[in-house]
Design a protein around this ligand. Structure first.
Ligand code: PXG
Length: 479
């Protein structure tokens, strides 16, 4: 297809230029295979074209302003349009746009960022994170974790310890190892996953898995003990590590009961297995701390990060390597045959440094902990009274809303009705990005959001819930 007449080359696209939406959609479906998308379906409907962004808003090619309550994809914690980050990238590109970290070379931003991250990661009971391994994404970082964990046990002459236990409905990425660690059955069904030596236990989702009359605290303990049962079933000497998100993000903002993490810690300690905290979504302020394990007080050996380390402005991920693993790799390891071209990419690291400085200056983790987090919780409580809402809960600066058919019995809708998608579409059409995970609606807005903007968002959320309710009543799906 000759595209030269259809859209201007990127350098000529001005900020407020009118876009030919239809032409872009046509090119999009002709050439661009999107992630996690029904490739036949998207060609028929056409994608929404996002053209620019500022603060907590994005604009589409039709000029619609949309409040982005998902921070892009859980990443733009510092908000859009931050000149400091663009300047850092520009300066670094002009100084040293790329050099690798293989073959005993290094670069200044990567060194500085590794040191900075180590200083931000709190030590628990004297366990420190003095080392960082860089990648370009969360998926790659979890692949690194699998390699590192297995290498660790090999070096300790326990090569039979291979199994990594994860949880159902977890999301740990989309590479072969990442998707295997994840607990999404739809992902396992494609590509013959999981790879060998990955096992799963059920998630700590009280709303779905709690028993009648069981307290949340008791459920938290019972859910954690599924790990112990699995370890004993597999053989404690065969288990290498347990990986978990502090709060399951992509799974629907599944918040564990307070009793869950302390019990998990007791169990991993008892059997000596490594603990991997996948903080790709929840590190860098979203739970009111730099790192999420700090909120729940557990002691991971490895911490996966990505996304908000650069506020999503440029790809960067990595693994914080705790002393226990680092010591073995350093003292016994020899060469660790693993790494990526872009490990420690100088531009990505320079942007991350500028981003962390900005987050520190604006005290974004502190705002979440003491100001906008509690305010979001307060405002979400009001949604409990809505006829469609079975559960409204927040954690840090993220939230989940369960849409139910019957408030009194908490009966869910038939999944085939796609009530969550219905609500999501109303959100989009009303200028709000809120995600649907089944019938659980979720948000994770930028951490620069003001209280007044939270109020605006709540008006939109209520409007979309009302519109969904009206649809369901009009279609006779709800009394
Ligand atoms: N771990 C966690 C906890 C994640 O949330 C990854 C690893 C993988 O990161 P990369 O950078 O490789 O994508 C993620 C990513 C969603 C959604 O639908 C969530 C993610 C990615 C794509 C979609 O909520 N999280």
């Amino acid at each position: 297809m000759n595209t030269s007449n259809i859209i201007a080359p990127p350098a000529l696209v001005k900020r407020d230029q009118k876009h030919d939406t239809k032409a872009i959609q046509k090119l999009d479906s002709a050439h661009y295979f999107h992630p996690f998308t029904d490739l036949g379906d998207s060609a028929q409907h056409g994608s929404r074209v996002i053209t620019r962004a500022d603060n907590i808003y994005v604009w589409d090619s039709e000029g619609n302003k949309i409040l982005d309550a998902m921070s892009g994809l859980w990443c733009v914690n510092a908000g859009y349009g931050r000149k400091e980050l663009a300047d850092a990238a520009y300066q670094q590109m002009m100084t040293l746009p790329f050099y690798n970290s293989f073959f005993q070379t290094t670069n200044v931003p990567a060194v500085q960022l590794a040191a900075k991250l180590s200083s931000l990661a709190p030590s628990v009971d004297g366990r420190k994170f003095d080392h960082v391994f860089f990648s370009s994404s969360g998926s790659e970082s979890n692949d690194t974790n699998v390699r590192m964990v297995r290498r660790y046990w090999d070096l300790l002459e326990q090569p039979q310890r291979k199994i990594i236990i994860s949880r159902q409905n977890a999301y740990h990425g989309s590479t072969m190892a990442g998707a295997s660690l994840g607990g999404m059955s739809g992902m396992h069904a494609q590509g013959d996953l999981p790879i060998p030596n990955i096992a799963h236990i059920e998630q700590p989702y009280y709303f779905e898995n709690g028993q009648p009359g069981e307290s949340k605290a008791d459920f938290g303990l019972r859910a954690a003990r599924w790990l112990e049962e699995k370890i004993l079933e597999l053989g404690a000497d065969k288990v290498a590590a347990f990986i978990a998100e502090p709060v399951q993000g992509a799974g629907g903002v599944i918040v564990p009961p307070d009793t869950y993490w302390p019990e998990i810690q007791r169990i991993v300690d008892k059997y000596g297995i490594l603990l991997i905290s996948d903080e790709v979504i929840y590190a860098f302020g979203r739970l009111g701390h730099w790192f999420a394990y700090e909120k729940y007080g557990y002691k991971p050996d490895l911490v996966t990060f990505a996304k908000a380390v650069t506020s999503g402005y440029i790809p960067l991920g990595g693994v914080m390597v705790g002393d226990r693993v680092a010591k073995v790799l350093i003292e016994k390891g020899g060469e660790f045959n693993h790494g990526y071209t872009y490990s420690g990419h100088p531009v990505a690291c320079a942007v991350a440094l500028a981003n962390l400085e900005l987050m520190e200056r604006e005290n974004l983790p502190g705002r979440v902990k003491d100001d906008i987090g509690p305010y979001l919780a307060e405002r979400f409580e009001e949604l409990d009274a809505h006829p469609l809402v079975g559960l409204a809960e927040t954690v840090g600066f993220s939230a989940g809303l369960v849409l139910v058919k019957n408030k009194a019995t908490q009966e869910m809708f038939d999944p085939a009705l796609g009530v969550g998608m219905m609500c999501r579409n109303h959100c989009f059409n009303n200028g709000l990005i809120m995600r649907a995970v089944g019938d659980r609606m979720i948000i994770a807005p930028p951490l620069v959001m003001t209280r007044a903007q939270i109020d605006d968002m709540m008006v939109l959320i209520r409007r979309c819930l009302d519109a969904t309710l009206d649809d369901l009543r009009a279609d006779g799906k709800l009394a």
